[in-house]
Design a protein around this ligand. Structure first.
Ligand code: H2U
Ligand code: ZN
Length: 348
């Protein structure tokens, strides 16, 4: 009889329409992969060579203020620029290109170079959330901006240039690929059922409890049924809201709480500052009504079975379809069992 825990199968991602191949029987195979050395994780609170620390000089020659909480500036090497001319090419539908305008920013989460998100207090994370809201409001006020991507790239393994706790915001004049997919799927579901796709999905997860990692009264973090990365998680707001501007003060505190608890568990998994790419997905702006949109946040960590063994998206995955061995249920159980107190603060 077919068993999700035993037999290879494909799983559907209702948010994007993609599929993932799951091969639980391969968890038993011997491992002969690469082992790398763990990067030393001891840093000073202030690094005179860091472009994010207070009072330091950045690449464009400007000097950072002596900031006390968080600090935001326009990326000195922005991938998107506000003054890009409109236009493009279309040659027989085969050679197509279109000018893209945008604004890119960098956000330092704290003046302290040595910290990471889970080591910040809930109040300090709330301050970051309020800054995200302020930036979102300002960028959305520009009529040419249609989507605002708030994200964090963390760890050398993810190509992050600097361990100072920071994130980025890229905003642009068209909708990026993942947002197009998620908009289409959520819209179709909302039109058919009159309810939020992620709201209904979250209700199932709260009933089943099998993939739930952390929860409070306003948010839940879980390993999605269709997770691609071994320890991938999805943070979903319990209330169906379109963007982070809709959060009440109580929800802002609850979001800070869930982010701190989830990222502390991540660090506790292998006793390292856990690398990932994480970011919020929310409704486009200046694009009409999007009642289908349900705010959420993805965490995509690359690590597989230790601080040094990462999952590579190669071979079959590049050519055919993403695949995983450990089941999302197994990963959720593992994350759930870890302490919420950070290992550097006495958590196991
Ligand atoms: P990561 O999140 O990948 O580390 O990127 C940090 C960004 O900081 C990167 O996009 C920018 C880079 O362009 N940066 C500046 O804006 N000013 C600097 O002085 C150095 C790096
Ligand atoms: Zn620094």
């Amino acid at each position: 009889m077919f068993d999700l825990k035993e037999h290879s199968h494909t799983r559907y991602n209702p948010l994007t329409g993609d599929w993932i191949l799951v091969s639980p029987q391969r968890m038993k195979r011997p491992w002969q992969g690469k082992t790398e050395t763990v990067p030393e994780d001891k840093r000073p609170s202030y690094d005179p060579t860091c472009y994010l620390c207070p009072r330091n000089k950045r690449a464009d020659g400007s000097i950072n203020p002596d900031y006390k909480d968080s600090f935001v500036f326009v990326n000195d090497f922005s991938a998107l620029l506000e003054d890009t001319p409109e236009g493009g090419i279309d040659i027989e539908g085969l050679l197509k290109a279109s000018g893209e305008r945008g604004i890119c920013k960098v956000i330092s989460f704290s003046p302290d170079h040595s910290l990471t998100l889970p080591q910040l207090s809930v109040q300090a994370i709330e301050a970051v959330i309020r800054l995200w809201q302020k930036e979102f409001t300002e960028l959305a006020a520009k009529p040419f901006i249609r989507y605002i991507q708030i994200f964090e790239n963390k760890g050398e393994i993810m190509g992050c240039s600097n361990p100072h706790p920071h994130g980025q915001i890229w905003s642009q004049s068209s909708l990026p690929l993942e947002i197009v997919k998620e908009t289409n799927r959520q819209k179709k579901y909302f039109e058919e059922k009159g309810r939020s796709l992620l709201g209904d999905y979250l209700n199932l997860e709260l009933q089943q409890q099998e993939r739930l990692v952390v929860e409070n009264s306003h948010f839940a973090a879980l390993v999605p049924f269709w997770a691609v990365w071994p320890y991938e998680t999805l943070v979903i707001s319990k209330r169906h809201v379109q963007t982070l501007l809709d959060f009440t003060p109580e929800e802002q505190t609850a979001l800070a709480d869930i982010l701190k608890r989830l990222t502390a568990k991540y660090d506790n998994l292998f006793h390292i500052s856990f690398p990932y790419s994480a970011g919020m997905h929310q409704s486009p702006v200046n694009d009409g009504d999007h009642p289908e949109w349900h705010w959420h946040m993805h965490f995509y960590p690359p690590l597989l079975r230790s601080a040094t063994v990462k999952k590579f998206m190669v071979g079959y995955e590049m050519l055919a379809n993403p695949q995983r061995d450990v089941t999302p249920e197994w990963a959720a159980e593992k994350l759930k069992s870890l302490p919420e107190l950070h290992y550097k603060e006495g958590g196991a």
